[in-house]
Ligand binder design. Structure first.
Ligand code: FAD
Length: 303
C-alpha cells in the first residue's frame, strides 16, 4: 500500500506529494489531469518570487519537481469512491482499487460558466474568472462583472479601484451580496448596476469588445461596448464523489482543521476543494504542505 496517496494533481496535490516523498515514504498521485486549473491559465503574476509565468509552464515544473522524488504519478485517472477499511481504499473509474494508509484529497474546483456564446471563445481574451489574478490586466478599461452575489460584488469593488468603469449584471431583481458590500458598491462613482438582466452574448473579434443582455421585464436587448467580462457566479468544488465519507459544508467544500485533517481519520484535504477562505495557487500549495505534514504526523502516531 501507499503511505500517502494524493488525489488531484494541481498545485495543492503536487505540493502535498513532494512534502510526503521528502519524508522517504511511499507516495502516489492520482490525477484526472495533472496541473489542474493551472493548465487553463495564461499569465500568472502572483506566484510570489516568480514575476511572470504561464500555466502550462508552471504545471510542467510541478511535474518535474514531483518526478525528482520518484512519486508514482497516475495521470488521466479519475477517482470515484473512497472507503475506509483497515486501510483507505480508493476506487478509480477504470475499476482499479488503490490502498493507502493516508489519503490527501486535492481535487480542486471549477468556476461555473454562464454558458453564453463568446464565453469559451474569449476565455483568456477578455473573459476572466479571478479578479485577484486578472484584474490588473484591465487597468483603465471598462469591464462587466456577471453575478451579484458576494463574490461578484467583492470583485466589482476590487476592480473599480483598477479599471475605468465596472458594470455589474445580476439576473435576479435584487443583488444577493451582503448589504455592507452593496453599500460600499453603491458608494463608488465608477460602477453601474444592472438588475433583472440576462446576459445573452459576449461579443468580440480577436478579443472581447462588448456584452449583450436582455432586460427581463421588457424583453429589450441592449449592448454595451467594453473590454473585459468577469464571470463570478460560483466556484464548485470537485467533491461529489466523496458523498458522505467526510464532512462537507453547504457549498460542498471539505471541512478541514488546522492540520488539513478531515472528519475521517487518515483522510486529509487541501486546496480549492476545501473550506479555505481564498482560492489561489500559492494558498493551495501552502495547504498541500500542511495536509502532507498532517498526514505524516498521523502516520508516525498510528503505524
Ligand atoms: P486544481 O488546480 O483545481 O487541481 C485539481 C486536480 O484534481 C486536477 O489535477 C484535477 O484533474 C484533479 N481531479 C479532480 N477531480 C478528480 C477526481 N475525481 N479524481 C482524480 N483527480 C481529480 N490562481 C493564482 O494564484 N493566480 C492566477 O493567476 C490564477 N489564475 C487563474 C486563472 C484561471 C482561468 C483559473 C481557472 C484559475 C486561476 N487561479 C489562479 C486559481 C488557481 O488555479 C487555483 O486556486 C489552483 O489551481 C487550485 O489548486 P488545487 O490544486 O487546489 O486544485
Amino acid at each position: 500500500p501507499f503511505d500517502v496517496l494524493v488525489v488531484g494533481g494541481g498545485p495543492a496535490g503536487a505540493s502535498a506529494a513532494i512534502y510526503a516523498a521528502r519524508k522517504g515514504i511511499r507516495t502516489g498521485i492520482v490525477a484526472e489531469r495533472f496541473g489542474g486549473q493551472v493548465m487553463d491559465t495564461l499569465g500568472i503574476e502572483n506566484f510570489i518570487s516568480v514575476k511572470y509565468t504561464e500555466g502550462p509552464k508552471l504545471a510542467a515544473s510541478l511535474e518535474e519537481h514531483a518526478k525528482e522524488y520518484g512519486i508514482d504519478i497516475m495521470n488521466l485517472q479519475r477517482a470515484k469512491r473512497l472507503e475506509k477499511k483497515d486501510l483507505i481504499e480508493l476506487e478509480l473509474e477504470n475499476g482499479a482499487v488503490l490502498k493507502s494508509k493516508t489519503v490527501i484529497v486535492s481535487t480542486g474546483a471549477r468556476w461555473r460558466n454562464v454558458g453564453v456564446p463568446g464565453e469559451q471563445e474569449f476565455k483568456n481574451k477578455g473573459v476572466a474568472y479571478c479578479p485577484h489574478c486578472d484584474g490588473p490586466l484591465f487597468a483603465g478599461k471598462h469591464v462587466a462583472v456577471i453575478g451579484g452575489g458576494n463574490s461578484g460584488i467583492e470583485a466589482a469593488i476590487d476592480l473599480a479601484g483598477i479599471v475605468s468603469h465596472v458594470t455589474v449584471l445580476e439576473f435576479m431583481p435584487e443583488l444577493k451580496a451582503d448589504s455592507v458590500l452593496q453599500q460600499r458598491l453603491y458608494s463608488l462613482p465608477n460602477v453601474t448596476v444592472l438588475k433583472n438582466v440576462q446576459t445573452k452574448e459576449i461579443t468580440g473579434t480577436d478579443k472581447v469588445n462588448g456584452i449583450t443582455y436582455v432586460e427581463r421585464d421588457t424583453g429589450a436587448e441592449q449592448h454595451i461596448e467594453l473590454q473585459g467580462v468577469f464571470v463570478l457566479i460560483g466556484l464548485v468544488p470537485n467533491t461529489d464523489w466523496l458523498a458522505e465519507t467526510v464532512e462537507r459544508n453547504r457549498m460542498g467544500e471539505i471541512v478541514v482543521d488546522r492540520q488539513g485533517a478531515t472528519t475521517l481519520p487518515g483522510v486529509f484535504a487541501a486546496g480549492d476543494c476545501t473550506n479555505s477562505a481564498y482560492k489561489q495557487i500559492i494558498i493551495s500549495m501552502g495547504s498541500g504542505a500542511t495536509a502532507s505534514l498532517g498526514a505524516f504526523d498521523y502516520l508516525i502516531r498510528n503505524y
